[in-house]
Design a protein around this ligand. Structure first.
Ligand code: FNR
Length: 183
């Protein structure tokens, strides 16, 4: 069975990006190979990275859980917001923690798909680009055949962050299907 770990880089209750991840997970039954699942991981409990904390107490339980989920996954789906033309600090912080200890090895060769949603007109293109040197450093494999930039997101999600736009859902289906077919 193919498992994809999905991570949203937003902690906001009605996050567009978390909504996009939920919509992707709902589409999973339509994907090939049959039985593909998208596990919605969470970065919420990850503390700010502190090397002293790591030296004194090791990896926090929240980080160990994410590492175990990454290790068991065939691919990593990163749904990134854009802050100040880059990736959000909370998301980078989580990935930094995940790369510590045994975690670095779980990124090596892992197929990663990037997507994101923003209320602006550029759909997180700069945040997605910002992840490229990070993925390279982690020796992850960027899946670059598809692109998913969701712009003007305010009109595409409801007040709870649920995706309501059929065209975006269809584009998401194509994107996820293209990615999952390579896993
Ligand atoms: C933003 N936002 C934003 N959007 C964008 O397209 N480009 C940008 O550079 C920025 N910069 C930015 C900085 C900061 C500090 C914040 C808080 C926000 C807007 C951002 O896309 C918007 O808040 C989204 O709703 C965030 O994603 P979620 O939480 O809806 O998933």
């Amino acid at each position: 069975m193919t498992t994809i770990l999905g991570l949203s880089g937003s902690l906001r209750r009605a996050s567009f990006n978390t909504g996009l991840l939920r919509a992707a997970a709902e589409l999973a039954p339509e994907l090939t190979p049959a039985g593909t699942t998208i596990l919605q991981g969470s970065i919420r409990a990850v503390p700010l990275y502190d090397a002293d904390l790591e030296a004194a107490s090791g990896l926090p339980a929240s980080v160990q859980q994410l590492q175990a989920q990454l290790r068991a996954a065939d691919g990593l789906l990163m749904v990134t917001p854009e802050y100040n033309n880059g990736m959000p600090g909370v998301f980078k912080n989580a990935i930094d923690w995940m790369s510590r200890g045994p975690g670095l090895a779980y990124f090596v060769g892992k197929p990663v798909a990037l997507l994101g949603a923003s209320p602006g007109g550029f759909g997180t293109v700069l945040a997605q680009n910002d992840w490229l040197p990070v993925l390279r450093t982690l020796k992850a494999e960027l899946w670059a055949e598809g692109r998913m930039l969701v712009s003007r997101a305010s009109g595409l999600f409801d007040e709870n962050g649920a995706l309501t736009d059929d065209r975006t859902r269809a584009a998401l289906r194509d994107f996820i299907a293209g990615y999952s077919a390579t896993l």
